[in-house]
Design a protein around this ligand. Structure first.
Ligand SMILES: C[S@@+](CC[C@H](N)C(=O)[O-])C[C@H]1O[C@@H](n2cnc3c(N)ncnc32)[C@H](O)[C@@H]1O
Length: 219
């Protein structure tokens, strides 16, 4: 990453942190139920092979109780107010599967290469300022044979919904996510990486509003 790009990323991360400091107290009320099917599907896919799982953008930890007790989950998030809630949840619910929770930027993970059996990131790629750089970093810490499991709202290609998403997209700094996120962000990244392949792409409830993607690291 060039120095200029790093500075822009820092600035955009600051916007994300501001947005999620505002969301943190009301996040569970607003988003626990509607996004639960995607979290459940992502966790089921990520823990299929067991082992050590990285949960990127763990937020308030709504998906943490969905992991089986015999896997180990490390959660990271850029937002301290969000992460603090995840820590309280893990302590209050005595979640033995949670091996650690720390503040960390998904584009600069403090883990060695090929460290995790799976990486899961529900509802995160539409939030991070640089999705491709984030995916590069998730792939780096993933073991060959492991999967990155994502759930996101993928934007409409055309029509009134695409128009509304593009209008909302202009407000993405205050919202904390990009409503107009196109599939090409993921598709182009996978196409450019000879070591990654798309294993599954499927719509998720409610109303197929969200898309689950499983991307395997081949070597
Ligand atoms: C929409 S929330 C999703 C939280 C949780 N996964 C869920 O399903 O409720 C997005 C989360 O991504 C985090 N995030 C945004 N940019 C990040 C980055 N660069 N590194 C780590 N976390 C980030 C935000 O702070 C926020 O907690």
């Amino acid at each position: 990453m060039t120095e200029a790009r790093r500075e822009i990323a820092q600035l955009e991360n600051a916007h994300v942190e501001e947005a999620y400091a505002r969301w943190a107290p009301v996040y569970d009320l607003a988003f626990a139920a509607v996004m639960a099917p995607g979290r459940r599907a992502a966790v089921a896919a990520a823990q299929r092979r067991g082992g050590l799982i990285l949960d990127v953008g763990v937020g308030t930890g709504l998906e943490l109780p969905m992991f089986d007790p015999d896997v180990s989950v490390v959660g990271v998030d850029l937002s301290e107010p969000m992460l603090r809630r995840a820590q309280m949840r893990a302590a209050n619910e005595r979640l033995l599967q949670v091996a650690g929770l720390c503040v960390m930027d998904a584009t600069r993970l403090a883990f060695p290469a090929a460290h995790f059996d799976a990486v899961v990131a529900p509802y995160v790629l539409t939030v991070v300022p640089d999705p491709a750089a984030t995916l590069d970093e998730l792939a780096r810490v993933l073991k060959p044979g492991g999967e990155i499991v994502l759930v996101n709202h993928v934007g409409a290609e055309s029509g009134p919904i695409a128009w509304a998403e593009s209008w909302l997209g202009k407000k993405s700094a205050s919202l904390g996510w990009r409503p107009e996120f196109p599939w090409a962000v993921l598709g182009d990244w996978i196409a450019a990486r000879s070591d990654m392949r798309l294993v599954e792409r499927r719509k998720i409830a409610p109303l197929g509003l969200f898309t689950l993607a499983r991307i395997e690291r081949i070597n």
